[in-house]
Design a protein around this ligand. Structure first.
Ligand SMILES: Cc1cc2nc3c(=O)[nH]c(=O)nc-3n(C[C@H](O)[C@H](O)[C@H](O)COP(=O)(O)O)c2cc1C
Length: 380
């Protein structure tokens, strides 16, 4: 039996699972987890592009803290529950989702591959995954495809602009608006500064070796002072809500008082996030920030989280600490860098399959079975 037949047989054994693709191309069978997708992507990508995506800010304490947080909590599985059928389905803000794993907004995908936004959106459609993105979804939505899409914005300068933005998104088929609130200024990313990266490459991709370099548009410089949304305050939420009826989700909350304030100002959900360790260095890991934010919100709105999620068990821990759903940022980009759109689909499939198995082995047949008692903080 060759490798391909072996895979088909294994896939056949688990037939009936909607998460298992009918056929997996041979090359996609190489990486056995998201970390290994990153290794393949790193080999294929330009160093500047890889560093832009993989990197964090300054000394990368927060980048590491996001991953290390998963090691600080241990699972306490339950047994003797019927887990012959495990469902990942969740209801979120009136939407029925096949899975709690969503695609996070990531600008600069063209650094990975051409037409990257469209490819990731196509992968989201193929794998029935909700995508949160500022771009790349329009053509799919115009065709009437059932893509679940949340827009992403860093906020508008005026009330009129915010209202018209919200109206445009609702008219264009957006099911929610995510408002990123931790992007007040361009952050200080040593890797980009060292690489003489130009933020203009986020649209064009890195010029190929030997090609003439275009005039710099927005060169990365140490500790530069480049404002994005320094003036934005909580009223932005009501500005957006005046323009449309779709939910407004505030992304980038770490402090429990901000979690409560977001709800007070009308947020329909929050995302506990530190931007994947890419904004302020020294911020705590998101898994550790999550429980206090969940408590501060007190069940009034759903709490989502992102940061460092690379395994089904990471996601299970986040859900145990109160995340109704999670967003993955770099993981799908590693699939994209490794194998293009099929790589994204494979990474999403893997994360879903790992989560499903982790839930089964923890004795949880559906997301609502997952409670905080499933995890405990490790000593030391
Ligand atoms: C390359 C890249 C670009 C990103 N661009 C955005 C963005 O434009 N808006 C935003 O809210 N978050 C952005 N993020 C943060 C992600 O939405 C998410 O919070 C983070 O990636 C989660 O951490 P993870 O990459 O470890 O999964 C970006 C992240 C990466 C890696």
């Amino acid at each position: 039996m060759n490798r391909r037949e072996l895979v088909r047989n294994l896939v056949g054994l688990a037939a009936g699972s909607p998460l298992l693709p009918a056929e997996v191309p041979d090359e996609l069978m190489g990486p056995v987890n998201v970390h290994e997708f990153e290794e393949v992507a790193k080999r294929k990508m330009h160093k500047l592009a890889y560093d832009f995506i993989a990197g964090g800010v300054e000394d990368e304490y927060t980048l590491r803290a996001n991953r290390e947080a998963y090691g600080k909590f241990a699972l306490r599985p339950r047994v003797m529950t019927d887990v012959s059928n495990v469902s990942l389905a969740v209801d979120l803000l009136g939407m029925k989702l096949a899975s709690p794993i969503l695609i996070a907004p990531t600008g600069g995908k063209n650094l990975v591959i051409e037409s990257a936004d469209e490819k990731v959106a196509a992968a989201a459609l193929a794998s029935k995954t909700l995508i949160c993105s500022a771009t790349g979804v329009q053509k799919i939505l115009e065709k009437g495809e059932p893509l679940l899409w949340w827009s992403n914005t860093i906020g508008a300068a005026t009330k009129a602009q915010a209202r018209s933005y919200a109206r445009r998104i609702e008219d264009g088929g957006g099911r929610a608006i995510t408002l990123t609130v931790d992007n007040q200024y361009q952050s200080n990313r040593d890797r980009n500064n060292r690489n003489r990266f130009d933020y203009g490459y986020m649209q064009t991709g890195v010029p190929k070796d030997g090609e003439p370099k275009p005039a710099p548009k927005s060169p990365a410089l140490p500790a530069m002072w480049q404002p994005h949304t320094p003036q934005m305050t909580w009223e932005q939420i009501s500005w957006l809500k005046e323009g449309a009826k779709i939910p407004v989700i505030v992304k980038g909350i770490i402090h429990p008082e901000d979690a409560a304030l977001a709800v007070k100002h009308g947020a329909d959900a929050i995302v506990v996030s530190n931007h994947g360790g890419r904004q302020l260095d020294g911020v705590m890991g998101t898994l550790e920030a999550l429980p206090d934010c969940v408590d501060a919100v007190g069940g009034k709105v759903p709490v989502l989280m992102d940061g460092g999620l690379r395994r089904g068990t990471d996601i299970l821990k986040a859900m145990a600490l109160g995340a109704k759903a999670v967003l993955v940022g770099r993981a799908p980009l590693w699939g994209l860098g490794a194998f293009g759109q099929p790589g994204v689909e494979r990474v999403l499939w893997m994360l879903n399959a790992e989560l499903k198995l982790a839930m089964a082995l923890a004795g949880m047949a559906k997301p609502s079975d997952i409670t905080r008692t499933l995890v405990t903080r490790k000593l030391g």
